[in-house]
Design a protein around this ligand. Sequence first.
Ligand code: BEZ
Length: 211
Amino acid sequence: MAIRLGDEAPNFTADTTEGKIDFHQWLGDGWGVLFSHPKDYTPVCTTELGRVANLKQEFEKRKVKVIALSVDSVDDHNGWISDINETQGCTVNYPIIADPDKKVAQLYDMIHPNALDNLTVRSVFIIGPDKKVKLTLTYPASTGRNFDELLRVIDSLQLTANYQVATPVDWKHGEDCVVVPAIKTEDIPAKFPKGHKVIKPYLRTTPQPNL
Ligand code: BEZ
């Protein structure tokens, strides 16, 4: 069944390139990103995994753990990691789940047979500290994802979780945020001492609160 926003991220155990994991235990009480790849030794996937390795510090800064999945074995993954490191100028520094029986792929509805027969599409799940799914994203095999966009979404999700703000169209770190509708305009000054603008009664902005 499809996984929807707000659902609990299904738990599973699986072999990975860093040993066997219980997914919920591996997540602990922090944020996580689970992202799937159609197959080992494929070109677009190779570039994506390299990019994530090179962005590891950015994920760590946000206290987010990352884990990849591909429907091949740990042995295949380990051989492929050598190629990724060699060609992408990186050291793969996060686990890749081995899913040769497609147990996890099916649990997370990552196989879309009308798009790609028997392989996973490019799925992403961002999971909050409460183990609830905060974002789902599905890309076709032929299009590499934009991991800067994922970091931008994580920044937005973490702001909403901590400060009762949302982020407007094309928002980037450092730009003004939107005060969530649940807050009355008269209550804004106490909650957002950096200031605010009332553009319409339902559209109120404030400087990014955590800077
Ligand atoms: C790739 O990762 O390059 C890829 C995988 C499956 C189909 C098309 C491209």
